[in-house]
Design a protein around this ligand. Structure first.
Ligand SMILES: C[S@@+](CC[C@H](N)C(=O)[O-])C[C@H]1O[C@@H](n2cnc3c(N)ncnc32)[C@H](O)[C@@H]1O
Length: 287
């Protein structure tokens, strides 16, 4: 909670009505300044159950007011695994038990996989049947399915959730599976410069791929190859990423590891939330 003086958790404003109104207006102005400057919400803010079901809970329910009940349910189920405070084991356990993943994150409601496939398509307009693509945080294989629609044929999947990968396996479109986390630690199963294309949709968020996992993506991509990241835009500002994800992207560009060839905002990435697409080309001499 940023301004507890106007929240029941902070008590009540015991001033004249005029002064109280001035304080409330000042908090609103300060709050907007924080939003404009992308100042993240304070970590560990109090969430008070005051009997109001619509209490503001940041990324957990921001924007759900006008959703229909199915969208709202899917949004909240998804928010539980992205809301922070879960260990990586708890995140995987959540995905392992999330049996309705594809019903909740169906196309139209969650468009990350379609955006990711379009971005791969922009990067590789020809030779689609031979390009080997690593789908990082592949989950149940929604990105693979969208890539097939675009004419791509060769995919490998990496994801730490065995149950999500089991569903991806059943689609018979992936050739190889790596049941592992992506992190800064080099995967012993993937050599340097293996893939001409590495794609990731929905893998970045609280408790998911750490910022320095970018370095591992660069390591396993062929010099000259492409890395495509599609994620919810507002996650750039979560405490885990706000001082590291974009700063590291820029740092690696300065160090000559890759070049950002696209950074674009897309609408309706997930429900009414905007997404962001990054496309990076790994430099020839990156290894
Ligand atoms: C929202 S799902 C996205 C799945 C799929 N890409 C899609 O768009 O439907 C996030 C996935 O990230 C995976 N994940 C979480 N942490 C990860 C990590 N450190 N490395 C790779 N995958 C991770 C989860 O197991 C889960 O399958």
């Amino acid at each position: 909670m940023r301004f507890r003086c106007v929240d029941t958790s902070g008590g009540a404003l015991q001033f004249s009505p005029k002064r109280t109104c001035n304080i409330i207006v000042a908090t609103a102005v300060l709050h907007n300044i924080c939003i404009d400057n992308k100042v993240p919400d304070p970590v560990g803010r109090a969430v008070i159950n005051d009997g109001n079901d619509n209490v503001y809970r940041g990324t957990l329910n921001d924007g759900t007011e006008n959703m229909d009940s199915e969208d709202k349910k899917a949004f909240e189920v998804n928010a539980r695994v992205f809301s922070g405070g879960l260990s990586k084991e708890q995140v995987i356990d959540y995905y392992n038990k999330w049996d309705d993943y594809e019903a909740h994150l169906q196309p139209g409601r969650y468009n990350g996989p379609a955006y990711a496939a379009e971005a791969v398509d922009r990067s590789f307009p020809s030779n689609k049947d031979t390009i080997e693509i690593l789908d990082v945080a592949a989950g149940t294989g929604l990105v693979g399915e969208e890539l097939v629609k675009k004419g791509f044929k060769r995919f490998h999947a990496l994801d730490p959730s065995e149950n999500m990968l089991r569903k991806a396996r059943m689609k018979n479109i992936y050739e190889k599976f790596f049941c592992e986390f992506l992190s800064v630690e080099p995967s012993p199963n993937i050599s340097n410069g293996t893939y001409p294309c590495v794609v990731c949709s929905g893998g970045f968020g609280s408790g998911h791929i750490p910022s320095d996992g970018l370095l591992e993506m660069i390591r396993i991509t062929k010099p000259g190859g492409m890395i495509i990241i599609v994620m919810r835009e507002e996650y750039l500002n979560i405490p885990e990423y706000c001082n590291s994800l974009e700063p590291l992207m820029k740092k690696y560009e300065k160090e000559g590891l890759w070049v950002c060839v696209e950074k674009s905002i897309v609408h309706k990435y997930f429900c009414d939330k905007t997404g962001i697409i990054f496309r990076f080309q790994v430099n020839q001499n990156s290894q």
